[in-house]
Every structure is written in C-alpha cells, then in structure tokens.
Design a protein around this ligand. Structure first.
Ligand code: UDX
Length: 426
C-alpha cells in the first residue's frame, strides 16, 4: 500500500520504516529540512536499536522516502498516519495544537479517491472525533463516505520501538466505520498479531489505560520496595514471586528511582485531568504520579544518611530516562542533579548517549567519557539508568572513588563483582 506518515519522531519514523520493511511504499513527512536530509541519507535523527540499518535497507530498495512535501505525500497515500507530538500542556492536559494543524493540512490535501486518515499519536478519548470535524471542514468531504478514519494507538517503548512495532502484542484498530478498519486490517495482516477492531474512543482509551496501568505497576513496585527496604527484605525477590502469578506477570515490577520518559508522566497526567474534567474521582491515578515524583528524591535521602552532601563530589552514572535511548525527557537525573547542586555538591556525570542533551542544562556539571572517569575522586556514586554496560562494573571501576558510597536506583550492580553498594529498595 501507499502510506504517508506525518511526523519523524520515534513513533513516526519507526512506524514508517516498519511499514516499509513489510513491503509498503512509505513517504515520511517532516518540517525540519535538516532532519529530512539526514533521514534520506540513512541517518535517523534518533537513537533506536536497529533503526539505522533498517532505514538504510528500505531506502536502498526504494520503499521509503523522507520529504517535506506534505500535500504531495498525502495526495498519493491510501492511508495517512498522524504521528505528531501531543505533549502535556502547563496544566497537565494534552496539547493538541500540532494534531489540529496536521489534521487541517491533511484535510486540505486529501486525494480525490478513497483514503483513510489514521490518528496514531496518543490522544484522549473524543479527540479523533474532533479531528474528523477538522478534516471535513477543510476538505468539504464526508468522513465515513468519501474518506475513512481510524485510531491506531502505538505501544512502542523507547530503545525497543522498532522491535515493538514489528512484533506487537496486539494491533488496536479503532474505526469510524468497517470500510476504514478493513484498510488497516489489510495493512497489518502481515504482522502476525491479533487485530482488535473497536470504535474510535475505545481505541483512544485502551492506550491511556495501558500506559497508566504500566505506570501504576511501577509505582506499586516502588511503594512495596520502600517498605521492603525498611524491613530488610529484597523487593526483587518479592516481586519475582509475585510476577509468577499468570494474572500479574513479571513485567513492570522493577522498583528503583521510578519511571521517566515522555509518555508515562504525560499520559497519566492527561488521564487524571480527563477524570477531573468529567467529575469522576481517580485518586489512584493521581497518586501514581506523586509516588513516582517522591521516589527519585529517595535516593538522595539514602545518600544523606551516608554522608553530608555539601562540599562533596557525587558521580552520576546514567542521564537518559532508561537504558538504550539518548532521550532525557522526565529522566530522574534531571531532578536529582539540581537537587545535589543546590545542596552544595560538585557533580560528575557519565552516560553512553545522553550527555549532549544534558550538558546545556547543567553546565556546572563535569561530564565524563566513562564511568571510571566519573567515579575518580568521587565521594559517592548514584546509578540512575539501566545501561547494560553498568552490569559489568566491578570493584576495580569504583576503586578510584574517595569513599565507597555507592547507591543504585536500577538494580544493575552484581554483588559478585561489586562488594559494597546499597540499592534504593534492596
Ligand atoms: C512506555 C510504554 O512502555 C510504551 O508502551 C508506551 O508506548 C510509551 O511509554 P517507554 O516510556 O518508552 O514506553 O519505556 P518503558 O520501558 O515503558 O520505561 C519507562 C520508564 O519506566 C523508564 O524510566 C524505566 O526505567 C522505568 N521502569 C520500567 C521502571 O522503573 N520499572 C519497570 O519495571 C519498568
């Protein structure tokens, strides 16, 4: 099929490259000419495992192109995916500015023949119906008759976004009408995953409920973890036992410094605001965020029990919000570093990928090219991101520290390799 993807972020690019890899002809539309040029040369603007290799393959076999010709790409497409940003506004409510603009532009460029417009960005229930009104106003055409509309949420984890796109647990197809859904049914048939056909609002809510439940599992794991820590129990042993229950499952029960990333905070905030606007009490959803906010400062409390921070040098290992990505949005490090600086600490930091994004935010931090360099001369160390390379750290790497105060927030250190460290919840 001829596909147009609006947006060159990790959802748009991974979806576009993934659909091209399945044999579709994909045009990925962006506004930034430098980004477009880079993608055309096979260099993605984001760091995602496997993306560069697959992008170069689909470029080579002519199945994928990046362009800033919005109208041209929409006109040729049988399906146009809206993968634009839907960030949190100041009050935590979803900001639909980009989505509305994209819907208006698509409306103006709709092809003469039948096509389907697909909202893929994460949007609160009722949003796709608002986009339909914009599409009809701008095109003078009737949705469900002259063109189709679907809502097809993404469940991509950063760092594994391409793998999650190519091997989904399920494909959710919210449809305005069966003809619209049939187009996506055909598009996703090669993915060998269950395809769930729903109405538009159900598909929108499945995404919010999924993300909010995942975030809830993490905050629950952290609350139990904090209690286990107090009781001298290893919470990972506890959650290992809990996760064997097939009704619960082992995933997203890892206690630590809490969740970061552009999605959980944004989506849980939007769901909280939606409940408030509807006058429906949702205290659990509200507390998921508060538990997570407090958790990242817990590692500083533990540190201050071990040494006075003022005047000390603290090494931070890990700046991105999780291993495998250079994305720092909502990363625990972005709250922990300023808190340490405020307490009079000198901070040294190392991250395999994310340093370039953090350096402008905290120029007073010393950025290092390796963990060992960051640890040299430090009075304490905080491990904040689950980068695989941190699993292989040994006492030797920490031997350059002035004092062996090592606190980890992501269960990465191996007691057989590092003899002295303390976990935030273990
Ligand atoms: C999340 C959802 O998983 C994904 O389905 C959705 O489409 C986008 O949001 P993402 O935020 O990219 O994906 O990564 P994820 O693997 O979910 O991790 C999010 C954060 O939670 C990271 O900071 C990670 O360190 C943390 N986390 C994850 C935990 O603290 N404990 C866990 O058990 C799992």
């Amino acid at each position: 099929m001829q596909i147009c993807v609006i947006g060159t972020g990790y959802v748009g690019l991974c979806s576009g490259v993934g659909l091209a890899a399945k044999g579709n002809q994909v045009a990925c539309v962006g506004r930034n000419k430098d980004k477009i040029a880079g993608i055309q040369q096979g260099i993605p603007p984001i760091f995602e495992g496997g993306l560069q290799e697959l992008l170069q393959e689909v470029l080579r076999n002519g199945l994928f192109r990046a362009t800033d010709d919005f109208a041209g790409a929409v006109k040729e497409a049988e399906a146009t995916f809206l993968c634009v940003g839907t960030p949190s506004g100041k009050d935590g409510r979803i900001d639909l500015t980009e989505m509305r603009q994209a819907a208006a532009q698509v409306g103006e460029a709709l092809p003469d023949g039948y096509c389907v417009v697909v909202v893929k960005s994460t949007v609160v229930p009722g949003t796709t119906e608002e986009m339909i009104r914009i599409l009809e106003e701008r095109s003078g055409r009737k949705a469900g008759k002259d063109f189709g509309v679907c809502m097809n949420p993404e469940f991509l984890r950063e760092g594994r976004a391409l793998q999650d796109f190519l091997q989904p647990d399920r494909v959710v197809v919210g449809q305005l009408d069966p003809r619209s859904g049939d187009v996506l049914q055909r598009l996703y048939a090669p993915f060998q995953a269950p395809i769930l056909r729903t109405d538009l609002k159900t598909a929108e809510m499945i995404k919010y409920a999924s993300n909010s439940l995942l975030a809830t599992k993490i905050s629950f794991a952290n609350e139990v973890g904090n209690l286990c820590k107090q009781l001298g129990i290893d919470t990972y042993a506890v959650m290992g036992g809990v996760g064997l229950d097939h009704r619960i499952g082992p995933h997203f029960l890892r206690a630590g410094v809490g969740f970061g990333g552009s999605c959980f905070q944004k989506d849980v905030s939007a769901l909280k605001s939606l409940a408030e606007d509807q006058g429906v009490p949702a205290p659990l959803i509200t507390d998921v965020l508060e538990v997570n906010r407090r958790q990242r400062f817990k590692i500083i409390d533990l540190l201050e029990r071990r040494l006075p921070v003022n005047g000390k040098t603290i090494a931070i290992l890990g700046l991105s919000f999780m291993g495998g990505t250079d994305d720092i949005r909502e990363s625990p490090a972005l709250d922990i570093i300023p808190a340490l600086l405020q307490k009079g600490a000198a901070v040294r930091a190392y991250d395999p990928q994310a340093t370039r994004h953090v350096r402008p935010l905290f120029p007073q931090v010393t950025y290092c090219a390796s963990a060992r360099e960051a640890l040299a001369g430090a009075d304490a160390c905080l491990l904040l991101t689950e980068w695989e390379e941190f699993r292989s750290l040994t006492d030797q790497d920490f031997s350059g520290m002035r004092s062996p105060v090592i606190l980890e927030g992501r269960r990465m250190l191996d007691r057989s390799k590092v003899s002295r460290f303390e976990g935030i919840c273990w």
